[in-house]
Design a protein. Structure first.
Ligand code: FAD
Length: 325
């Protein structure tokens, strides 16, 4: 098959779709507005320090996804995370449910980077519009205009709110569907310490106050470098404070961490995820309009996790490969 496919978004959904299509012989080109692949499976890096500030870990309950994770493990870019987990709430502690958790090694962004190494990926390219003429697609790049290349099919592998402006003119029904899917933000705070903190847990879910999750990032498998902690605010708190300035966010999240036994860090930074989670993800798995050659995949169509996003991208590729019914 020599069909040319453009995939917009090189998060795990776009990468899964691209990998399967490429194996089936399609000519696949990925575009992403950021500097690298992986999307929300990302890591902030400094001198002798790093911190995963998006997805913290992932599950692999589906057998097909578990097989893919085994491939990543063999390549040395993923590992099982046997964490000391505490579910702390206002009244004390309760243990977390037993579930197999995996992380990217040596950092979460390693998985996207590894998958992208086999693919054609253009980074730093924000696609601003799609145009359909004479049964082919053209892509417009923000501040640059239309690309010369034409594509037989286009896949949108971006969060729902970011799909809306691209779908607007060319696929109003799909645009409305994406517009009807709410995604919640998340404030993340990264902390760097000279010495390990004397806390008796490496990760905890929290049910009270601004924080939802804290983790000793430097205790994940395959890490080296200085002590690193990650704090995630809850979706509700993040949404209520989404426009607040970074200093005020940091002050409140750090104060909450100190009540858990944390300390003032040597260095800190915050990151605002505008579209982190999908409170009510759809159950479509993926969407494919064969007549138009337009597909959509991503976590928001399938349950809001890394595993769901990979399965969505992989399923879309299978539908494209199957061809017209
Ligand atoms: P994304 O990873 O968002 O990829 C979309 C890509 O599209 C991005 O790279 C973006 O740059 C690009 N893009 C968007 N618009 C354009 C455009 N116009 N042009 C070009 N490129 C564009 N999941 C778990 O399983 N476990 C967790 O513990 C977990 N914790 C999380 C914590 C946080 C703070 C966040 C943010 C997410 C978390 N998730 C977690 C969710 C998980 O990260 C996502 O479900 C998954 O990574 C989504 O993958 P995706 O490919 O659908 O989207």
């Amino acid at each position: 098959n020599s069909s040319r496919i453009a995939i917009i978004g090189a998060g795990i959904a776009g990468l899964a779709c691209a990998t399967a299509l490429r194996q089936a012989g399609f000519q696949v080109t990925l575009f992403d507005k950021s500097r690298g692949a992986g999307g929300r499976m990302s890591t902030r890096r400094g001198a002798d320090w790093q911190c995963d500030h998006g997805a913290q870990y992932f599950t692999a309950r589906n057998p097909e996804f578990r097989a893919e994770v085994s491939r990543w493990e063999r390549a040395g870019v993923a590992a099982h995370w046997q964490l000391q987990l505490r579910g702390l709430d206002a009244d004390g502690c309760s243990g977390g449910a037993p579930v197999e958790r995996f992380v990217g090694v040596p950092r979460m962004s390693s998985i996207g980077a590894w998958l992208a190494a086999d693919l054609v990926l253009h980074t730093g390219m924000a696609i601003s519009a799609l145009q359909r003429e004479d049964n082919v697609w053209r892509l417009h790049v923000q501040d640059e205009g239309p690309l010369a290349h034409r594509y037989d099919m286009v896949v949108l592998a971006v969060p729902a709110p970011q799909a809306v402006p691209l779908l607007g003119q060319v696929a109003p029904l799909q645009a409305a569907l994406a517009a009807g899917t709410n995604m919640a933000g998340c404030w993340a705070m990264m902390l760097e310490y000279a010495q390990p903190l004397a806390l008796d847990f490496n990760a905890a879910f929290l049910n009270a106050g601004p924080l939802r999750w804290v983790a000793r990032d430097s205790a994940k498998p395959g890490r080296s470098g200085r002590e690193s902690w990650l704090l995630h605010a809850s979706a509700e708190w993040s949404e209520a404070h989404i426009e607040l300035d970074a200093d005020s966010i940091a002050a409140q999240l750090l104060a909450a961490f100190i009540t858990l036994g944390g300390q003032v860090p040597q260095r800190w930074s915050v990151h605002r995820w505008r579209y982190a989670s999908t409170p009510q993800a759809r159950n479509d798995v993926c969407l494919w309009e064969a007549g138009q050659g337009l597909g959509m995949c991503g976590d928001w169509l399938n349950g809001g996790t890394v595993e769901a996003a990979w399965l969505s991208g992989h399923a879309l590729a299978q539908r494209i490969i199957a061809g017209p019914a």
